[in-house]
Design a protein around this ligand. Structure first.
Ligand code: PLP
Length: 368
């Protein structure tokens, strides 16, 4: 990325020679991404990240599908980048929204999504893997049904790249696929929206004619180069390898299952290799995050934390988990450098941390 912050700082739209070098690098990056993703370069729209990709897919995909009707189908466990965009259309643009719940492991049944599709369904959106509990979703089955009846289909595949086997964009059977680079060790603030040709997806952001008139704004070239390198290095052979990470997941599950205060949340058969989640009783996620942090572990909550308050995880709530426990979801994400020694240290700290923060409750799920 460094040359593009220095010597080749030019704007790809500038006519002078530095601009033209930047233009050549941008075109080359698009070709290289298309090679990895096994799609056409023209099907790639570089964006500021998956929030933007998902918003464009939903807002503009719904508009593209408007001739069929104004009905949308999605799942209750989508990232807010999808859910809030769908809710905006339902609340402000006359769309009707069907939100399909998952089972208790976080898996959304393909049949339930497909049964919700109607002749007036403009767009269906189902994520490839959930970001809070790691559960994989039946995306290609749903995509096939959509393709057979001419309904547009988007998948938020952010969590799949670098983690699941990848044979090409066709594996999702989707018209639109969202991804971002920082989930596979690339830089933050850059992503891709794949839009299957010959669909003419309108822009979400208006202005110049960048990205083939589908996304206005000067391209963030250093980030696009970083994204391209991350895709090239980490996707075809997933960087989050099952061979290395699955035993570590199993180790964490044994530790959690031993505790009276912790419950594993997710699906042991259909899951990402690097994501492990559990909920706690008798505490909340702020206390737990701080206590793990003091022990040196940077874990996350599934909830949106702001100003010291948490709202319960909408994913756990949809999985039928009581709201006090949904308020205490902890997610452990492993990376390519995570070692067995680190997970041993986590297993060692786990009972100590829970002893500090969890209090037995009179009702099994009440928060202190
Ligand atoms: N979708 C999923 C499943 C995610 O995990 C994330 C990020 O956490 C996003 C969308 C949003 O991505 P970005 O942070 O690139 O906007």
């Amino acid at each position: 990325m460094l040359p593009f912050l220095g010597e080749i700082y030019g704007n790809p739209s500038s006519v002078h020679h530095v601009g033209q070098r930047a233009r050549a690098a941008l075109d080359d990056a698009r070709e290289r991404c298309a090679n990895v993703l096994r799609c056409k370069p023209s099907e790639i729209i570089f964006t500021s990240g998956a929030t933007e990709s998902c918003n464009q897919a939903i807002m503009c995909g719904a508009w593209l599908g408007r001739e069929k009707g104004r009905h949308l189908v999605t799942s209750a466990i989508e990232h807010h980048a999808v859910l809030h965009a769908c809710e905006y259309l339902a609340n402000n643009a006359g769309y009707e929204l069907s939100v399909i719940p998952p089972d208790s492991t976080g898996r959304v049944p393909a049949e339930a999504i497909c049964e919700a599709i109607r002749p007036d369904t403009a767009l269906v959106s189902l994520m490839a893997a959930n970001n809070e509990v790691g559960t994989l979703q039946p995306v290609s089955e749903v995509g096939e049904v959509c393709a057979n009846n001419g309904t547009l289909f988007h998948t938020d595949a952010v969590q799949a790249f670098g983690k699941l086997p990848f044979s090409g964009m066709d594996q999702f059977n989707a018209d639109f696929v969202s991804l971002c680079s920082h989930k596979l060790h690339g830089p933050k603030g850059v992503g891709v929206l794949f839009a299957r040709s010959p669909l003419q997806l309108p822009p979400l952001i208006y202005g110049g004619a960048h990205e083939n008139e589908r996304r206005a704004g000067t391209e963030n070239l250093p980030a696009i180069i970083g994204l391209t390198c991350a895709l090239e290095h980490f996707v075809s052979v997933p960087i989050f390898s099952a061979q290395k990470l699955s035993p570590l997941l199993r180790q964490m599950k044994v530790v959690v299952d031993r505790s009276e205060f912790a419950s594993f949340r997710g699906n042991s058969s259909f899951s990402l290799n690097n994501t492990f989640s559990f909920s706690l009783k008798g505490t909340d996620s702020i206390a737990a995050l701080s206590a793990f942090d003091l022990e040196g572990f940077c874990v996350s909550s599934g909830s949106a934390c702001s100003s010291g308050s948490v709202s319960p995880s909408h994913v756990l709530a949809a999985m039928g988990v009581d709201s006090t426990e949904a308020n205490a979801l902890i997610r452990v994400s492993m990376g390519r450098e995570t070692t067995k020694e680190e997970i041993d240290a986590f297993a060692d700290a786990f009972p100590r941390v829970l002893h500090q923060i969890c209090r037995p409750t009179t009702s099994p799920t009440a928060c202190e």
